[in-house]
Write a protein that binds this ligand. Structure first.
Ligand code: ZN
Ligand code: ZN
Length: 418
């Protein structure tokens, strides 16, 4: 461990218990995207207490804290704050029982099922350690707490609200995500890290009629079924075996009873790709299949295709990633790894893109190492280890939090500690 890392992280032992308390508190009080008022208030209060210049309410609930500590590089570290509409089933003593109402006044359960509570706590811890050890580093440290990552509109909301004029321009943006790997694990990856994600809503039109009279109908349910099957051939038959992509139809709605052929059907699907060319190719294939299957079925009206959400691919800067990978190898030794390509998606790259600066994003493990090893032994990791967004997703508090705080701090110091 180099002296700077040792000096800054020596404060961790003293704040560990408070951070664990903060983690349990945030976990127990999850908030959906753009509703993170309590979480944002907490992080603002902490940052002010640590001596940061704080700007809050950016893009709704976004917060930045700036700590200027002499000449040197500017590093921006980002954490996302939002939770998911999932009913927690972990059985943890600090499990969420929170419900909220969505835009349609429907009651929804809320859970930190993606570990953003880990990210928030880790960045608060890192911000505190940086504030307490200003003799050990030089430059400017910016802590950015972003709303609404899950909906893909939080980074955009902050940018549209003038983020690039409210925060100093960074030399690099850093971000991390807790993932289903053993706790203690840290994984970097140059180049492609996360996929692009596009969610589409497709409305298919038919002609309604009595269930006994198909000759009078154009059946949109049969049409939807044919389209769903045919969409499976895009990845399997139109892309090279070496080009990764996923296409999932996650929702289908049509009809109200067994003896009525409805006049429309709605399917919603999600596509994951890793580069812009494949993203475009898959989109064109979807449009072609939906349009021509509708024509083949005598659909009376052209189908409508609507984009619901859109996430860019997350492609790490090679040089920034190498710098962080070297720092992690020196600090975490055997726990530092090269991580596999991930099929999840993120909007974090929109922040560095808005500033025109490089970024690097890495993964940390959150699963009890013994459980993980047992599942690996049985070859049942996919079946036995709850992944992000599962109602059973339950990162172990330690060593997950220590790893997350240390990783963010060591990465920031790879610029500021020189
Ligand atoms: Zn998520
Ligand atoms: Zn997430």
């Amino acid at each position: 461990m180099n002296d700077v890392n040792r000096a800054v992280l020596s404060g961790l032992a003293e704040i560990r218990a408070d951070l664990e308390g903060l983690y349990r508190d945030v976990h127990q009080h999850p908030e959906l995207g753009l509703q993170e008022h309590r979480t944002a208030q907490k992080v603002s209060d902490f940052l002010r207490g640590f001596g940061y210049e704080v700007t809050d309410g950016i893009g709704g609930t976004g917060v930045i804290g700036v700590l200027r500590n002499g000449d040197g590089p500017t590093v921006m570290s980002r954490a996302d704050m939002d939770a998911l509409p999932v009913r927690e089933q972990t059985g943890l003593p600090y499990a969420s029982t929170v419900t909220t109402t969505d835009g349609n006044d429907t009651e929804q359960p809320v859970m930190h099922a993606c570990g953003h509570d880990v990210h928030v706590t880790a960045l608060v811890g890192c911000a505190q350690l940086m504030a307490q050890s200003q003799d050990s580093w030089h430059g400017t440290f910016v802590a950015l707490f972003q709303p609404s990552e899950e909906n893909g509109d939080g980074a955009e909301a902050m940018i549209n609200d003038g983020l690039t004029t409210k925060a100093p321009k960074p030399d690099v943006v850093l971000a991390q995500h807790v993932l289903p790997y053993p706790a203690g694990y840290v994984g970097t990856r140059p180049g492609s890290f996360l996929s692009a994600a596009d969610s589409l809503r497709i409305t298919l039109h038919g002609r309604g009629a009595h269930g006994s009279m198909p000759q009078a109908a154009v059946d949109p349910i049969v049409l939807a079924a044919l389209i769903i099957v045919r969409l499976q051939t895009i990845v399997s038959r139109e892309l090279a075996a070496t080009t990764p992509a996923v296409l999932t139809v996650g929702s289908i709605h049509a009809g109200n009873g067994p003896n009525v052929i409805p006049d429309s059907a709605v399917i919603e699907l999600n596509v994951r790709t890793y580069d812009d060319a494949t993203r475009k190719q898959v989109r064109q294939a979807i449009e072609r299949i939906v349009r021509t299957e509708s024509e083949a079925s005598r659909s009376p009206k052209a189908p409508e295709i609507e984009q619901i959400t859109s996430f860019p691919p997350t492609v790490n800067d090679d040089e920034a990633t190498q710098r962080v990978a070297d720092a992690f190898a020196a600090y975490f030794t055997d726990d530092a790894h090269t991580i596999d390509l991930q099929t999840a998606s993120e909007d974090m790259s929109e922040v560095p893109d808005a500033f025109g600066v490089p970024f690097t994003y890495w993964g940390i493990g959150g699963i009890d190492a013994k459980l993980y090893a047992e599942a690996a032994e049985k070859g049942s990791i996919a079946q036995d280890i709850p992944v992000n967004h599962s109602p059973d997703f339950a990162p172990v508090i330690q060593p997950t939090l220590d790893t997350a705080v240390s990783a963010m701090t060591v990465a920031a110091l790879a610029w500021l500690g020189r």
